[in-house]
Structures are given as C-alpha cells and as structure tokens.
Design a protein around this ligand. Structure first.
Ligand code: 13P
Ligand code: SF4
Length: 345
C-alpha cells in the first residue's frame, strides 16, 4: 500500500466510524501518523483524556506503556489498540516489576518505610505494585508536584525508573544533595546499601532514556558558540548537568509552548526526540529558527507508522487489544487516580 492509499484508508475508516473511534497520538509520532489523531499531547494530557472518552475503539499511537495506561483508565467494554505492540519504551523496561518488588521488599525488611513514585514510563505491573504500596505515578509535566506529594507521605520516596527526571525534580524543589541516594539494584535488589538509603529521603532507581542521554552539556555549549543569543529548551529526561545549561526544561507540551512563545527571529535549540523538533522546525519555518541540539530519534516510537495504523484501522474487530491483567487493573488505576487527583487541585 502506498502512503496516499494509507492516508485515504485511515481517513475513510475515521469517517465511517465517527464517534465510535478516537485516535490519540504522542507528540513524538511522525507527521504521517500525528495528522490522523483526534488528540495529540504529552503523557499527562493524554492520560487525562482517557476517563472522559466514550468511544468504543481507542487507538493509542505511542509506545506500549502509554496504550497500557489507556487500557487501565478506559471504561469497561472500551477496546484499546496500539498499531505496533512491540513499540516498547526502553527506559520502562529498565524497571521490571519483579526487581522493583524485590528491591521494595529489601528496603522494607531493612526497616525503611518507602512511598514509591513511578514515572508513567513504566509497566502496568509496576504501577500496580506502586498503587498497592500507597504510591503514585508522575509524568514529566507534574514530577515536581508529585515528588513533593510523595515526600510528604513518609520518610522515604523511591522514584523510578528515570534517575534523571528524579534528580531534576529534586533540584526543582531544592532537596539537598545529601538527601538523595541512587540505588544499586543488582543481585535482586540485595546490593542496595541500607545504611546509605536510611539517610536519604529520596531513593532513585538507576534507569535512564538513551535518546535523551545524547544531549550533553558540550552540545549546548557548542550551540551557544555557533549561535550567540540562541535559546535552549530540553526535556527533563536529560542529565541534570545538561538541564543546568538550558534556558528552559519541561515536558513535550512545555517545549511546544516555549517555541510558540519565543520572539520572532529567535534561534531555538531543542533537546528532545527528533520527530517533535522537526515538526516545530517546519511549523515555524521563516519565522523562528528551530534546531535539534542533536538528531536523536526514539526507534520504538518510530515503530508506529502510517501503514501499520492503516492495517489496524481496517481490522479493528479482529485485531488484538491491549490487555492488562485484571488483578493489576485496580491497584494500577489507584496509582494513576492518585496522580490525577493530586494534579487536579
Ligand atoms: P512527555 O510526557 O513529556 O510527553 O514525555 C514522554 C516521554 O516518553 C519522553 O521521552
Ligand atoms: Fe522511552 Fe526515551 Fe523513547 Fe521516551 S524517548 S519513549 S523515555 S525510550
């Protein structure tokens, strides 16, 4: 099928299904996919939409944990699909549920009372574990608020899986450095140093996003040398040393807003996934100069394509849906609902 056929196939199906179908797309989707979406957004915005959707079919164009989050928050009877089941977030896979459980158990056995806070980039099983232990979820857009909330729940918070987002959020709330401890989770969580963990309010899981690890402080220094007066905005999955040199840092939606509000004629360097940067560069062509700090793409996000969206949309009655184990749904929903409630205030 060529791309104009795929485009027509998708749009014909959308017209035929009307309100029975909703397509959601994360900002990192390619233009060819994003142009078919009813809603685009960052992780928080898309999660917030799910409970209000009445469509029978929800197609989530993003990585698997996002579609799984939609399946947890969807109403009974709603069917959630993803065009490519194998589009996994590598960072979320750095915190497998069995290892998170073993580590939390080890901390509890060592006498630590821990409130877990998981970045939304995590599996349903991890969200369920966190929900069952009094914890919650955060996104890049609300990490500061949710970390503050978690620290108020008890003496220790375990932030997972993204050590960078955790450290950046700790900087935003001015949590002293000596109150932070990055866990060694080898040996089924037994390598954790309990005496060090006991002294820290914030325990951090050692996961990270390889796509955002590519934006180094030198990349920003080089950009500023090449374009004196330029603006730099980065995603908080970047290393804190990179964030420290940027003019602004925030979720994909914040980055979009930052570019929209920058004065005409600005040169703006962006440190996040390339599809989003490229879309902004095209949108503001001739008005503002939008550049990638480095060309960095998320190969898993790119597994969702217009052809596989076209294939899915024509087989909705037989295609596999995104399934979440029934036993995980309630505790995972609890963790997500806590976040939605804390952030609705
Ligand atoms: P946002 O929530 O900022 O859209 O980020 C999600 C993500 O996976 C970034 O890598
Ligand atoms: Fe996961 Fe990084 Fe891809 Fe975002 S960019 S989905 S954190 S691997």
């Amino acid at each position: 099928m060529n791309s104009s056929n795929d485009f027509d196939t998708i749009e014909e199906a959308r017209a035929r299904l009307g309100k029975r179908l909703v397509i959601l797309a994360h900002h990192y989707m390619s233009d060819a996919v994003a142009r078919h979406a009813d809603y685009t957004g960052d992780s928080l915005e898309l999660s917030r939409r799910i409970p209000d959707l009445d469509a029978e079919y929800i197609i989530f164009c993003g990585v698997f944990f996002m579609a799984e989050t939609a399946a947890i928050l969807a109403k009974p009877g709603q069917k959630v699909f993803i065009p490519e089941m194998n589009s996994r977030c590598v960072m979320s896979d750095m915190a497998p549920d069995w290892l998170v459980k073993a580590t939390l158990d080890h901390l509890a056995e060592g006498g630590l009372s821990v409130t877990p806070l998981t970045y939304v980039n995590s599996s349903a099983a991890v969200k369920a574990l966190v929900g069952a232990r009094g914890g919650s979820v955060c996104t890049s857009a609300n990490a500061k608020t949710m970390l503050t909330w978690a620290l108020e729940q008890g003496p220790h918070t375990l932030f997972l899986p993204d050590v960078r987002l955790g450290l950046n959020a700790a900087d935003w709330i001015a949590l002293p450095k000596e109150q932070r401890h990055i866990l060694d989770v080898r040996d089924h969580g037994k390598a954790v140093l309990l005496d060090k963990a006991k002294k820290a309010q914030l325990l951090l899981w050692p996961g990270q996003c390889v796509i955002h690890s590519r934006f180094k402080p030198e990349t920003i220094r080089k950009a500023r040398q090449e374009s004196p007066g330029c603006l730099v905005v980065v995603h908080p999955e970047c290393h804190p040393n990179t964030v420290a040199l940027a003019d602004a840092c925030g979720s994909t939606s914040l980055i979009i807003k930052y570019v929209a509000e920058a004065p005409e004629g600005s040169v703006i360097y962006i440190g996040t996934e390339y599809n989003l940067v490229n879309r902004l560069a095209q949108k503001y062509q001739g008005v503002k100069m939008v550049r990638a700090l480095k060309h960095s793409t998320c190969s898993n996000m790119e597994k969702v394509t217009e052809p596989n969206l076209a294939r899915l949309i024509t087989t909705l009655d037989s295609a596999p849906t995104v399934q979440v184990d029934e036993a995980l749904k309630d505790p995972a929903r609890l963790a997500l609902t806590r976040m939605l409630q804390v952030c609705a205030k």
